[in-house]
Design a protein around this ligand. Structure first.
Ligand SMILES: Nc1ncnc2c1ncn2[C@@H]1O[C@H](COP(=O)(O)OP(=O)(O)OP(=O)(O)O)[C@@H](O)[C@H]1O
Length: 582
């Protein structure tokens, strides 16, 4: 890690300041000092002492209440520390405040076209501008983690250095031989095809002047033969299984499909790991007995490779906490080791420390303890660049907790939806359109059965909606058209790019955690409803973070049982959410 990147800031008040996350490692904080201050003699000391002495004072009740609040807050913080690695150093460096030098003029111009001439880099973009722009001039392969809260602009934070690298090394790359149809020089990996599509649109928005060629490994309208099943995507394992099988089965490769005979110049490929592996190894599918397969009666079979990996010099792993999650790790690491082998420097995935023969950039809005440990073990020299508000909710995101009334839950959700639209009406017509615009609401459930049932309820009650589950037919079409009403007008590429805002567009999208990763719904979606308790706070941060992005106002409404028996879990969630707010 460079000296500059190592410069650390103390974690926010009251947070554990130690590596690892067990309570025993919890160090004294401003909050523990606050407890000590409760002592009447004001000399500080241990909490127990303060509590005992407090009994002698006339304000015993107040002080005991304060002490127990502090105690409760500390245990919430300790619980959060078990989930995230909050010890990653936060930057307090002086960072660039414009998109000019060291950016190439072609990229500065594109940023002005995309974000406006006065746009300033976000902290994570400032860190990238400071530490990642000279990758083309370093003698060794570098490894970075870019970590910052949801909606803070990580996509441009890595795309700018990536495209600059491709531009600066373009001449050297021209002479290299190409045997296979697709031979990218850089790879961006994302967990879902929806995110791949969106990221390739982001990348394409930056190449108008730089003239770099970007390809997304996803194609629309491939017929599906997979049955619609009722599956929960509440666990990473289930999510992985579904994503892998569907990505592989349903989404053929735009480039490969069109270029089996002639080479197609591609600089940057955006793909899911499974799709990329399929292009590399030429995997197909054989029907086999159920007992022989983890993939519902199908088995991978090596086929004709369509992509060469030899030229790859940069790999970005977006949503790294998911793609390095033990459930996804095999395909991610499989691909990274294929690239290494193709480049003549095979790595052993069993080796403790892994040094790949290419620049590696990981990004994530959350650093789960498991990712942190994995990186410390296998990538000890990786530089962690983290924004000051990592693991916090965006400052512009407001939270609201709603208790179930005890009757029909779907009716509670419908009531709150109508309230959102009543508030829209009170605000009056939009200045640009002269019409009252209905807010769009993104609803997260844990199970696809709930998604379908809620969708049916709302339809019956006259509220048009889109339901989207991992195996749903709309997703299976392979494009992002099914998201069109919820993504901003230009967020779909090529032939899909149409005006998407019309009066019949449903204003409610109901889905599972599948779409909680990375997708940018701003500025269309300001409201997120969380109907089922997320399985952990990482899941919560990603769901909530689909709103309140890039400084836009947002609201997350969390439904739960807040009173009586069985309310402990949802009350616990409420306390944790409060602890993540800024
Ligand atoms: N410097 C900037 N100023 C204003 N808006 C920006 C800036 N950089 C990016 N944006 C906008 O912010 C939004 C969120 O960006 P992006 O999707 O890259 O966030 P992210 O950090 O990757 O979020 P997530 O963690 O959810 O994946 C996008 O609409 C993007 O256009």
């Amino acid at each position: 890690m460079t000296a500059a990147a190592q410069k650390t800031k103390r974690p926010p008040k009251g947070r554990a300041n130690s590596k690892g996350s067990s309570r025993s490692q919890f160090k004294p904080t401003s909050r523990t000092r606050l407890v000590a201050d409760l002592k009447p003699d004001g000399k500080g000391g241990k909490y127990e002492v303060a509590k005992t002495e407090a009994r002698k004072t006339p304000n015993t009740k107040v002080e005991n209440a304060q002490a127990s609040t502090v105690n409760a807050r500390e245990s919430i913080e300790a619980l959060l520390d078990e989930e995230f690695d909050r010890s990653t150093p936060m930057s307090e460096e002086k960072l660039p405040n414009s998109f000019s030098s060291p950016l190439l003029p072609a990229l500065t111009q594109s940023m002005a076209d995309v974000l406006g001439a006065n746009a300033a880099p976000t902290p994570i973009q400032g860190l990238a501008l400071k530490h990642l722009m000279s990758l083309a001039h370093t003698r060794s392969w570098q490894e970075f983690l870019l970590a910052s809260e949801t909606g803070s602009g990580k996509s441009f934070a890595y795309l700018l250095p990536l495209i600059q690298y491709l531009k600066e090394t373009e001449e050297a790359a021209i002479n290299s031989t190409q045997r296979l149809p697709i031979n990218p020089r850089a790879l961006v990996l994302a967990p879902t095809h929806e995110l791949s599509r969106q990221l390739s649109v982001f990348a394409k928005s930056l190449i108008h002047y730089a003239k770099i060629r970007v390809l997304c490994a996803s194609r629309a309208n491939v017929p599906t033969t997979i049955d619609r099943r009722t599956v929960s995507t509440s666990s990473a394992r289930e999510m992985k299984h579904l994503i892998d099988s569907l990505e592989s089965k349903l989404f053929a490769t735009e480039g490969a499909a069109q270029t089996t005979s002639t080479a197609r110049p591609v600089d940057l490929l955006v793909s899911t790991p499974v799709k990329a592996l399929e292009m590399v190894r030429g995997w197909g599918w054989d029907k086999v007995g159920k007992e022989e397969s983890d993939w519902g009666g199908k088995k991978f079979r090596p086929g004709k490779p369509e992509m060469g990996l030899k030229r790859i010099e940069c790999v970005v792993v977006d949503e790294a906490d998911i793609l390095f999650d033990p459930d996804f790790r095999d395909s991610t690491l499989g691909l990274l080791s294929d690239i290494s082998a193709a480049r003549g420097h095979p790595v052993s995935t069993d080796a403790r420390s892994t040094k790949y023969p290419f620049h590696l950039i990981l990004t994530s809005a959350t650093i789960p303890a498991s990712l942190s440990t994995y990186l410390s073990t296998h990538h000890p020299t990786l530089t962690r660049l983290a924004s000051p508000h990592l693991h916090q909710l965006p400052a512009t995101l407001h939270t609201e907790h709603i208790g179930w009334t005890g009757g029909n839950r779907f009716a509670d959700i419908e009531k709150r939806l109508r309230q959102v639209w009543a508030e829209d009406a009170l605000r009056g017509p939009n200045q640009m359109t002269g019409r009252i615009e209905r807010s769009r609401v993104l609803v997260f459930c844990n199970r696809s059965t709930t998604v379908d049932a809620l969708g049916a309820h709302l339809t019956e009650r006259g509220i048009p909606n889109v339901t989207l589950t991992s195996t749903g037919p709309s997703r299976a079409r392979g494009s992002n058209r099914h998201l069109a009403g919820f993504l901003k007008g230009t967020a779909v590429s090529g032939h899909e790019s149409t005006s998407i805002v019309d009066k019949d567009t449903p204003h409610v999208l109901i889905t599972t955690s599948l779409l909680s990763r990375g997708l940018d719904f701003s500025p269309s979606v300001q409201h997120v409803f969380i109907v089922d308790s997320p399985r952990n706070m990482i899941d919560f941060l990603h769901r909530a973070g689909r709103s309140g992005r890039a400084g836009q106002l947002g609201k997350v409404v969390i439904f739960g049982k807040l009173k009586g028996r069985g309310s402990e879990m949802d009350k616990g969630l409420k306390s944790k959410v409060r602890a993540l707010a800024r």
